[in-house]
Design a protein around this ligand. Structure first.
Ligand SMILES: *Cc1c(COP(=O)(O)O)cnc(C)c1O
Length: 404
C-alpha cells in the first residue's frame, strides 16, 4: 500500500482565503502533488470532481450535526473519490488507439460511483463486475444504466469471485500487452486523499463559527473514509475525536477494545457496503500509529448490529427529523452510545449514502416511500442492461479482448 512520504502541516488560518470545497481541496492537496505531472492541473481537477456540495447540517439535538456526503451522482460518498480519480486519469492517459480499461469488482456502491465518474470520458472505459442477484435492484440498475464506455458484467458468483477475477486480470501481463488495465479499488490513494477535502471543509467551517474542533462518527468498512478523516487531522485540521462505527463485522471494535487484530470472514448485514471482515486500509492506520496501544488510545470504535440499525432508522424521523440509510444509522447509534457514556461537545455524524438507495430496507421501517435525489432519479429512469458472465477467468479475458 502506498503512503505519503510526509504529511503537510496546516492550521485553519491557512484556509482563510478559501470558501468553496474545490478551493479548500486544492490548497489541502497541493503538497501531495508538488513536483507531479498533475500539479498545475490540481485546481481544475478539484473543480471538475467536486461539483456538488458536502453540507454540514445541524440536527434538532443539541451540538449534533450531520455531514451529508450523498449529493453526488450516485448518492454515496464514493462519488468524491471516484470523480477525483477519474479527473486525474483523464489527464494522465493520452487518448490513443487502445482505451485504458478501469476494471472494478463491486458489491454495490463503488462500481456505480466509478462508472458514473468515468462515463463519457474519452480514452477511458470501465468494466464493472458484480455478483448477480446479490446487489439491490436499484444498485443493479445503477450499474447497468450507463452504456457507452461502461460495460456491466453480472457474474454468476460471489463478490469474492468478482474480486478474484479482477486481480487475475490485473496480474496477467499477456492480456495487458493488448488491453491496458487499471483499477479503482478502495485502496487507491487517488480516492483516499481527496476524501480529506470534505473533512477539511466541515471542520474549518465549524472552527470559524465556534473556535473549537469538530468531532466525527464515521460509518466504517474498509476504512477508506475514516482514514481520510484521520489523515486530515494528522495534517493539522481542526478535527477532534474520531469514532469508527461498524456494523456486526466487529474486527475493528475488537481490536480497539484490546484484542489482537484478527481478520474474519465477513457477515452479511443491513449496512452491506460495510460488510468487511478484513479492512483493506488497516495497514495504513498501523503506519500512522506503529504502536498498537497508542493507536487504541487515538480512536474509539463500536459495532452496531442489525437490530440496532433498524431501531435507529425507525426513530430517525421523530428524534432527528431525518431518514438515515443503514450505514449512517450505525454512526447515529454509536454517537448515542458515546453521549450516554458522557461524551460532550459538537459531534458530526457522517451520512455516507442517501436512504433512497436502500429503499427496500428503509421504507418499511419509516412507513413511507422515499424520493430519490434528482441525480439518482435520472439514473433510475434510464434503461439498464448487464451481460451475464461465468465466474471463470477465460470468460472475462474474452470480454476484455473484445472476443465476446
Ligand atoms: C463504502 C461505503 C461505506 C464504507 O466506507 P469505507 O471507506 O469502506 O470504510 C459506508 N457507507 C456507504 C454507503 C458506503 O458505500
Amino acid at each position: 500500500l502506498y503512503v505519503p512520504k510526509a504529511l503537510p502541516t496546516f492550521t485553519p488560518q491557512d484556509f482563510a482565503a478559501d470558501e468553496s470545497l474545490p478551493a479548500i481541496a486544492t490548497r489541502l492537496l497541493q503538497p501531495f502533488f508538488s513536483g507531479d505531472a498533475l500539479a498545475d492541473e490540481l485546481a481544475a481537477i478539484c473543480t471538475q470532481a467536486f461539483d456538488f456540495p458536502a453540507p454540514l447540517k445541524a440536527l434538532p439535538v443539541a451540538q449534533t450535526h450531520v455531514l451529508e456526503l450523498f449529493h453526488g451522482p450516485t448518492a454515496a460518498f464514493k462519488d468524491f473519490g471516484a470523480r477525483f480519480l477519474a479527473a486525474c486519469m483523464q489527464r494522465l492517459h493520452a487518448v490513443g488507439p487502445a482505451p485504458l480499461t478501469i476494471l472494478v469488482a463491486t458489491s454495490g456502491d463503488t462500481g456505480a460511483a466509478v462508472a458514473a465518474a468515468f462515463h463519457g470520458l474519452p480514452g477511458l472505459r470501465v468494466v464493472v463486475l458484480y455478483p448477480d442477484g446479490r446487489v439491490s435492484p436499484r444498485q443493479a440498475h445503477q450499474l447497468g444504466c450507463f452504456g457507452g464506455n461502461v460495460r456491466a458484467l453480472r457474474v454468476a458468483g460471489s463478490f469474492d469471485d468478482c474480486q478474484r477475477l479482477v486481480k487475475q486480470a490485473l496480474s496477467d501481463r499477456e492480456l495487458q500487452a493488448c488491453v491496458p488495465l487499471s483499477s479503482a479499488n478502495s485502496i487507491s490513494l487517488g480516492r483516499l486523499l481527496p476524501q480529506m477535502a470534505y473533512y477539511a471543509s466541515a471542520s474549518i467551517g465549524h472552527w470559524r463559527r465556534t473556535g473549537t474542533p469538530l468531532d466525527f462518527v464515521i460509518p466504517t468498512g474498509n476504512l477508506g473514509n475514516a482514514l481520510a478523516a484521520i489523515l486530515a487531522r494528522a495534517c493539522g485540521l481542526p478535527l477532534g475525536e474520531i469514532a469508527l462505527a461498524t456494523n456486526a463485522n466487529r474486527v475493528l471494535p475488537e481490536f480497539f477494545a484490546g484484542a489482537d487484530y484478527s481478520p474474519q470472514a465477513s457477515v452479511a448485514t443491513l449496512a452491506n457496503a460495510m460488510d468487511v471482515g478484513a479492512p483493506s486500509n488497516f495497514e495504513r492506520l498501523r503506519w500512522l500509529y506503529p504502536d498498537a496501544d497508542a493507536l487504541r488510545k487515538a480512536f474509539k470504535a463500536r459495532a452496531v448490529d442489525d437490530e440496532a440499525i433498524r431501531a435507529t432508522i425507525r426513530r430517525g424521523p421523530s428524534r432527528y427529523a431525518e431518514v438515515f440509510c443503514p450505514h449512517t444509522a450505525c454512526a447515529v447509534r454509536v454517537l448515542e452510545d458515546l453521549r450516554e457514556a458522557g461524551a460532550t461537545g459538537h459531534w458530526a455524524v457522517v451520512a455516507t449514502a442517501h436512504p433512497a438507495k436502500f429503499e427496500q430496507i428503509v421504507e418499511p421501517l419509516v412507513g413511507h416511500a422515499l424520493t430519490p435525489p434528482a441525480a439518482l432519479a435520472d439514473l433510475l429512469k434510464r434503461p439498464a442492461h448487464a451481460e451475464a458472465l461465468a465466474a471463470d477467468y477465460p470468460a472475462l479475458a474474452d470480454v476484455l479482448l473484445g472476443k465476446s
